[in-house]
Design a protein around this ligand. Structure first.
Ligand code: SF4
Length: 778
């Protein structure tokens, strides 16, 4: 459906109009497969043959296109009529519908289950009766055919069908009118302002963003943590919607914790009467609270139907305030026995701003949530990517899979028990044969690659041609089989940078290393992208990762001005130690003593960042043996954003020394350290672990030469983690931090130049007395 609100016109297909609904609908989780389409096509052909043989004077697959004016709107409705049978006194419009429903059935029952089929027929009849120039008389018939036994049932009820068409038209019209009215309200809205008093450096940022968006559809916006880029980007984009330049804003984050801050920011800046609404999109597991969403489609909570209307729920009630929305869906869902995810899904069309995970746009398996929403059009949406430096790895994860022998064996057993189709069972057996032979390897033989591709294709083809027995198989099994068939995508998308390897016996790792083509193609579908982060340098590296290196329009660059950060950091490089894997044990004692000196010289806790948990643990042990009187706390693994924040709050009050891991949520996800510490130690560059994936990346870049490839694969990602962590230590005017880079590698130009300008330094600690003087200088 395409809507032009200013011209008040809609282009829509007969099927879309008949299916159009607001409010929660049947969940589209199961994939019917191509076999179902094929069965439908065969019955259509069979029925056409029968019609011809019986001597009916017919035309088949007749295209129809009609402009239908309705209450000030123009509906351009298009469709294809199955059969047009000329009879003595009239023309019979016959729509053929294949079903697995037992026939014959009560008409009311069929109307109840297949309302949209009746509405489709009604649409054709109404359009033809209006269009007919030759005063033809049209009547209609729905012909249901059971796909298993071929039993047929003819139903004719023209008036009821036309009534359904009129109802659908009215529903769509109300929706469009409502949206149009809302757009009018925004237009009279005074411009939205994020910050009542501007911080030094923020005064000109809206102007810079406007200029940049005038010159390029893709803007890279680099601003340090604490600058207020969330508010700045929201202010710019909400005002764009008010001015009618875009229909919707997609604010996509790569970490769930970031979304809460966005909703809080919106709560502060959106006036209550703004007329603009924002919605936080969460997944089923998070909304429902069940460990994994496994509802059977028959579950009552999904059979929402008229309960949405009857229980008086309005989508706007969920949108009243941007905060606490997931809880509102959860509580209402529980109270009304409606799936909370369905409630959220039904609310989406009424919000102009969606705050969601990047997966909903970049994952082919998840993006239907956006694209099936009435009125959603990416080409009319402004896209904001928060923490955009994480996007390449998130998208690569979307296209990566693990296939385990144990899991496939379990699926096969369940399929056998449910008497699943032999072709699907055979496809799983083919996977098992391959997986049995898999031994750990960083690069499997080529034949494994080909065999795996074959297995993936065979299973996908089997599922396209034969149904899964959804009555006998648990929902989790159905989903797992479909997910296994998704591995076909890994092999089909030749442009992905991929590696087939094995991290343990019986386990096949299908790893996507980078997906720039995929990212670039999505970004270019939006008329305006603002990709923002504290670390988007080196620019050519990110442009390559975003698939924009060859892009026709050069992305525009906006850099926030933050005069208050000038001289906020004081750094030095400790060249006494080498923290490379082979040498770090030799220097462990120096590391421990350095940390103790730091603790003694600081009145606040000292934070030390490590490249890995293992390294941090080793140093922790030595430190605690040597300095038992000092309190050291090492971050936990995992945990929720709330637990992370609690850990930092607790340890800041009790510890002398806090160990955090670079790249973890503690180093990148929480912003509670700003102003609370004044000394941080970075123990070595956080280069990615040397493993099969990095080796493959190095091989793929051999044309660049060893140094350039090493820089792309190891140094840039490693130093980016450091830039991210350090950026969070100074979040506002007046805050300062001292940084000790504890490894001689930081003095090398190739590492030093990858630090953001604020952190670069020429100061060196060559002997212990240098450390004392650096620590003691005020
Ligand atoms: S009710 Fe819960 S478990 Fe069922 S479909 Fe909805 S989110 Fe999933």
């Amino acid at each position: 459906m395409q809507v032009d609100y200013s011209a008040k016109s809609v282009t829509i297909s007969v099927g879309e109009l008949a299916d159009f609904r607001t409010g929660p609908g049947q969940r589209l989780q199961r994939r019917p497969g191509r076999w179902r389409t094929q069965v439908g096509i065969e019955w259509h052909q069979e029925q056409e043959k029968e019609s011809r043989q019986s001597g009916e004077k017919g035309r088949y697959e007749v295209p129809l296109k009609v402009n239908w004016p309705y209450k000030g709107w123009l509906f351009n409705i298009q469709g294809r009529i199955d059969q047009w049978i000329e009879q003595k006194h009239d023309v019979l419009i016959r729509e053929i519908k294949t079903t697995s429903h037992e026939l014959p059935a009560e008409t009311d029952e069929l109307v109840n289950v297949y309302k949209s089929y009746f509405s489709q027929l009604g649409t054709y009849l109404a359009l033809l009766r209006q269009k007919s120039e030759e005063n033809l008389n049209f009547t209609g018939e729905l012909l249901f055919i059971n796909i298993y036994d071929g039993i047929r049932q003819h139903i004719s009820d023209d008036q009821h069908c036309i009534d359904l068409f009129n109802t659908q038209l009215e529903i769509l019209w109300s929706f469009l009118e409502n949206q149009k009215k809302r757009q009018k309200t925004f237009k009279s809205q005074t411009p939205i302002i994020a910050y009542q008093s501007l911080r030094e450096g923020q005064e000109t940022i809206q102007e810079s963003l406007s200029k940049a968006t005038d010159t390029s559809p893709i803007v890279l916006f680099q601003a340090p943590t604490g600058f207020g880029k969330t508010g700045v980007a929201l202010e710019y984009s909400l005002n764009q919607v008010i001015q009618g330049n875009y229909q919707r804003i997609l604010y996509l984050t790569s970490k769930g914790s970031g979304q809460t801050q966005v909703m809080e920011q919106l709560n502060q800046m959106l006036p209550k009467d703004a007329g603009l609404s924002s919605l936080q999109i969460r997944n089923k597991d998070e909304l429902c609270g069940s460990p994994r969403c496994i509802c059977n489609p028959e579950d009552l909570r999904l059979r929402v139907g008229d309960r949405w209307k009857n229980c008086g729920l309005s989508p706007y009630s969920f949108l009243e305030s941007p905060t606490n929305q997931p809880n509102r869906f959860r509580e209402t869902g529980e109270r009304e026995s409606i799936c909370p995810y369905e409630l959220m899904r039904a609310t989406m069309p009424y919000a102009e701003l969606w705050v969601a995970d990047v997966n909903y746009l970049f994952s082919p398996q998840n993006r239907s949530l956006f694209f099936q929403q009435p009125g959603f059009d990416l080409s009319k949406s402004l896209l904001i990517l928060d923490e955009a430096h994480n996007l390449p790895s998130r998208v690569a994860d979307v296209f990566s899979y693990q296939v385990s022998h144990d899991v496939v064996e379990q699926l096969h057993a369940e399929l056998q028990f449910a008497n699943g189709h032999p072709a699907i069972r055979k496809a799983l057996e083919q996977w098992l044969d391959l997986l049995e032979k898999i031994e750990p390897s960083e690069g499997l033989e080529d034949y494994v690659n080909y065999d795996a591709r074959d297995c993936a294709e065979t299973l996908a083809a089997a599922l396209q041609h034969h149904p899964l027995n959804s009555k006998l198989l648990p929902e989790e099994t159905l989903m797992a089989i479909w997910e296994l068939s998704d591995t076909n995508l890994f092999f089909r998308l030749e442009y992905l940078e991929r590696l087939v390897w094995s991290s343990k016996a019986g386990l096949l790792d299908l790893s996507c290393l980078d997906a720039p083509t995929e990212i670039g193609s999505i970004l270019q579908q939006s008329p305006q992208v603002i990709a923002m982060s504290a670390t988007l340098e080196p620019q050519p590296y990110f442009l390559k990762q975003f698939g924009l290196l060859e892009s026709k329009s050069k992305p525009a660059w906006v850099e926030a001005s933050t005069p208050w950060r000038n001289k906020a950091y004081d750094s030095a490089v400790d060249v006494r130690v080498d923290t490379r894997y082979m040498s770090r044990d030799r220097h462990a004692l120096t590391t421990v003593e350095t940390l103790a000196h730091c603790v003694q010289s600081s009145s606040k806790p000292v934070v030390s960042f490590f490249p890995s948990y293992k390294y941090a643990k080793t140093i922790q042990k030595t430190f605690e043996n040597k300095f038992p009187h000092l309190t050291l706390r090492l971050q936990d693994r995992g945990g929720s954003p709330e637990q992370h924040a609690q850990f930092i709050e607790d340890t800041l009050g009790e510890a002398d020394l806090i160990f955090l891991i670079l790249g973890s949520a503690f180093a990148e996800g929480i912003d509670h350290l700003g102003g609370k510490i004044d000394l941080a130690v970075i123990v070595g560059p956080a280069l990615p672990e040397v493993n099969a994936l990095q080796k493959k990346r190095m091989r793929a870049r051999k044309d660049l030469g060893q140094d350039a490839a090493f820089k792309e694969v190891y140094q840039i990602p490693g130093m980016q983690k450091i830039n991210q962590a350090l950026g969070r230590l100074v979040r506002g005017p007046g805050q300062t931090a001292r940084i000790l880079f504890h490894c001689s590698r930081f003095a090398q130009k190739s590492y030093q130049s990858l630090l953001l300008a604020d952190f670069q330094t020429e100061a060196r600690i060559a002997v212990t007395s240098d450390l004392h003087s650096w620590l003691n200088q005020s």
